[in-house]
Design a binder for this molecule. Structure first.
Ligand code: COA
Length: 360
C-alpha cells in the first residue's frame, strides 16, 4: 500500500510508461517518433484532441494569443514574489489566472509557465519583463522573453524537444494530484496548481539541479572515477541515474541526449561541457555496474535535462519551472479526461489509531 505502488488509479488514453521495455507512448506515438520531430504546439494539439469542442487548427497561433493574454498578470510580480524561489513565484502568478473548464482557460494555463518563468528570471536580475510575440512559436518566444534577444534555431529546437519529451508521463505524482483536484470539478486552474505544487518537490521535478552540483564538484574528467567512488562509499546516490519504473534506459534520456549533442554543434563551450558530462556518465555507469551488478541502474531523464537547460541559459533554480512549461499540457489533458469520467476520486484510509475510551 505504501506509495500506492502498483495501484491502477485511472484509465487513460494519454500516455503509457512501460518500465520493462523502456518505452513511453503518448497518444499512440512512441516518444522517439515525437521528440525532435513534432513541435510543442503539435503535441499540445495531440494531447488536447477531443477534449474541447472548439479546438483550433492553428494551435501555435492560439498559444501565442494565450501568452499575450497571460502577460497582463506579470504586473502582479512584486519585489516580494521576485525574491521567492522561481517555482513559488511562478505558482503564485498562475494562481492569479481565472479558473474555468473552457479552451481559453486551458491555453492560458499551458502558455503561462513560459511567460511567468521568463519574467521571474528577469525580475531576479533586476530587469523588466519582455512581452510575448504571438507570431513566434512557443519555444523560441520563451527564450526570447527570457534573454531579450532571439535564440538560434538550434536552441529553439532543443527547448522544443525538451518540452515535448516531458509533456506527459503516465500517472506520476503531479498528474495524479491534478486528477484528484479535477475530479472535484474545481476547474482546470485548480488542477494545474495542484500539479505544480506536487512537481516542486525534489522527489519529483526538483532533481536536475543536483546533477549540476555533482558535475561542478567533479570539475575535470579525470576526477570522475575517484569522486563518484567516494560518493558511493559515503552511501550517497549518483544523481541522474536509476528510476523507480524504468528498469532499462529511460527513453527520455536518449531523446534529450540527442538534443544536447545538436546544441553542442552550435557552441564550443556547450560542446566541451557535454563531452565532460558524457565522460562522467560513462564513469558512473561503469562504477554502478561494478558495484550493483544485479540492479540495472541507467541514466535517467534528469541527467540530460540538467545539461540541456544549463546550455540554454536557465538557472538551476528555474529547472522545475521549465519542466512545468511542458508538463502543464499533460495536466490539462488529464484534468479534462478525469472530469469527463465524472467520478470523484475518494479512496479510503485504514484507521490504525487508538479506539475511543469508554465513558466512565
Ligand atoms: N546511485 C547509486 N545507487 C543507486 C542509485 C543511484 N542513483 N539508484 C538506486 N541505487 C541503488 C540503491 O542504493 C539500492 O541499493 P541496495 O539495494 O544495495 O540498497 C538499489 O539501487 C535500489 O534502490 P531503490 O531506492 O529501492 O531503487 P528505486 O528504483 O526505487 O529508486 C530513484 C529510484 C530515482 C529514487 C533512485 O534511483 C535515485 O535515488 N536516483 C538518484 C536521484 C535521481 O536521479 N532522481 C531523478 C529520478 S528521474
Amino acid at each position: 500500500m505504501s506509495g500506492l505502488e502498483g495501484v491502477v488509479a485511472a484509465q487513460t488514453i494519454l500516455s503509457e510508461v512501460d518500465g520493462l521495455a523502456g518505452r513511453l507512448i503518448i497518444r499512440g506515438h512512441a516518444l522517439d517518433q515525437l521528440a525532435g520531430r513534432w513541435t510543442f504546439e503539435q503535441v499540445v494539439g495531440l494531447l488536447l484532441d477531443g477534449f474541447f469542442p472548439d479546438m483550433p487548427e492553428d494551435v501555435s497561433g492560439a498559444l501565442g494569443a494565450a501568452r499575450v493574454r497571460v502577460f497582463a498578470q506579470v504586473a502582479g510580480l512584486d519585489a516580494v514574489l521576485a525574491a521567492r524561489p522561481p517555482v513559488e513565484a511562478v505558482r503564485a502568478l498562475m494562481a492569479r489566472l481565472p479558473d474555468g473548464d473552457d479552451l481559453e482557460t486551458a491555453l492560458n494555463l499551458i502558455a503561462a509557465p513560459a511567460v511567468f518563468t521568463a519574467a521571474v528570471l528577469r525580475a531576479a536580475g533586476g530587469e523588466a519583463p519582455i512581452a510575448p510575440d504571438a507570431a513566434l512559436s512557443h519555444a523560441p518566444d520563451t527564450l526570447r522573453m527570457m534573454r531579450g534577444s532571439a535564440p538560434s534555431a538550434g536552441e529553439a529546437a532543443a527547448l522544443d524537444t525538451y518540452l515535448v519529451t516531458v509533456c506527459d508521463h503516465g500517472l506520476n505524482a503531479s498528474t495524479f494530484a491534478a486528477r484528484v483536484v479535477a475530479s472535484t470539478q474545481a476547474g482546470l486552474g485548480s488542477a494545474v496548481l495542484a500539479g505544480i505544487s506536487a512537481l516542486k518537490g525534489p522527489l519529483h521535478g526538483g532533481a536536475p539541479g543536483p546533477v549540476i552540483d555533482m558535475l561542478d564538484a567533479i570539475g575535470e574528467p579525470q576526477n570522475a572515477r575517484p569522486w563518484l567512488e567516494a560518493a558511493l562509499d559515503r552511501g550517497e546516490r549518483l544523481m541522474g541515474f536509476g528510476h523507480r519504473i524504468y528498469r532499462v534506459r529511460d527513453p527520455r534520456a536518449d531523446a534529450l541526449k540527442t538534443a544536447v549533442r545538436l546544441l553542442g554543434r552550435d557552441s564550443e563551450g556547450a560542446a566541451g561541457r557535454i563531452a565532460f558530462a558524457e565522460a562522467v556518465e560513462q564513469a558512473a555507469l561503469a562504477i554502478l555496474r561494478e558495484r550493483k551488478p544485479d540492479r540495472p541502474l541507467e541514466t535517467n531523464v534528469e541527467f540530460y535535462t540538467a545539461l540541456l537547460l544549463e546550455a540554454l541559459g536557465f538557472a538551476p533554480s528555474a529547472f522545475t519551472c521549465v519542466f512545468a512549461m511542458g508538463r502543464t499540457a499533460g495536466w490539462v489533458a488529464h484534468a479534462r479526461e478525469q472530469t469527463a469520467g465524472g467520478k470523484l476520486i475518494r479512496p479510503q484510509s485504514l484507521y490504525v489509531g487508538p479506539a475511543p475510551k469508554a465513558a466512565a
